[in-house]
Write a protein that binds this ligand. Structure first.
Ligand SMILES: Cc1cc2nc3c(=O)[nH]c(=O)nc-3n(C[C@H](O)[C@H](O)[C@H](O)COP(=O)(O)O)c2cc1C
Length: 228
């Protein structure tokens, strides 16, 4: 079976989507030919696009961007659609990871891939949504299915079984087995603030919009009160 895995992260360096691909690949590689495509730099060339549309199975691993699909992946989806798939017997699966703790946040992006599947007459397999995606690289030395990687391991195992048997499965939305409040503190200190700083953004600016929305809401409530 020819399997194409698409890493839809726009990141140039290491990404959680890449880690997910690394988890999945050994579980589905026996007797199958696997090719991984990165969409983070330039658009894929004609040969690569033809390779994807001639697959038996296509797997998308990508991050959630503004409750949706990142633009680099959208470009690829449109590019594939234009070429038309030679077979209607192609299975499609996806694994979406997001920054907020709850994996459920990915449900719209999973639906978008599902719709793309329907438009192209492909067979929908299963979608997995993983919350607290930025935590996964910190957990990479813990075996899948254990400790904080328990839910992720179980979901990846179920997904790989469905891929190998070419069957569909219920969409799963999960988070690492870790306290939400703790990750909120840890992710601020070790992920979001340092990342903002490395992009020249001050911590105070992160709260500017929140403050503005808060003041706008108060203004609106006051105006409503005056009218009544
Ligand atoms: C422009 C942008 C938009 C994002 N939008 C969301 C979002 O709507 N919801 C969310 O939970 N995370 C959001 N995130 C966080 C990413 O989904 C998260 O960092 C993810 O783990 C990155 O995965 P990757 O390493 O595979 O690229 C956003 C990140 C960026 C840079």
């Amino acid at each position: 079976m020819k399997i194409s895995i698409i890493n839809g992260s726009p990141k140039l360096g290491k990404s959680t989507s890449e880690l997910i691909v690394e988890y999945l690949t050994p579980l589905i590689s026996k007797n199958n030919s696997i090719e991984v495509f990165n969409t983070n730099t330039t658009a894929l060339n004609e040969g690569q696009l033809s390779g994807i549309i001639c697959s038996d199975t296509i797997i998308f691993a990508f991050p959630l961007y503004v409750d949706s699909i990142p633009s680099n992946l959208l470009r690829l989806l449109i590019g594939l659609e234009k070429r038309q798939f030679p077979s209607q017997n192609i299975m499609v699966y996806c694994v979406v990871n997001n920054g907020f703790f709850e994996g459920k946040q990915n449900h719209i992006a999973v639906k978008q891939i599902k719709s793309w599947c329907a438009i192209n007459h492909l067979i929908w397999g299963q979608g997995i949504g993983i919350g607290a995606g930025e935590m996964l690289p910190f957990l990479k030395d813990i075996p899948l299915g254990h400790g904080p990687n328990k839910n992720i391991g179980n979901a990846i195992k179920q997904l790989s079984f469905n891929i190998l048997t070419r069957q569909g499965g219920e969409d799963l939305f999960i988070s690492p087995n870790w306290p939400r409040f703790l990750w909120k503190v840890q992710s601020s200190l070790f992920v979001w603030y340092p990342r903002a700083k490395s992009n020249g953004l001050k911590k105070s600016r992160l709260f500017e919009q929140v403050q503005k929305n808060y003041l706008d809401n108060i203004k609106q409530l006051e105006q409503k009160g005056k009218k009544q």
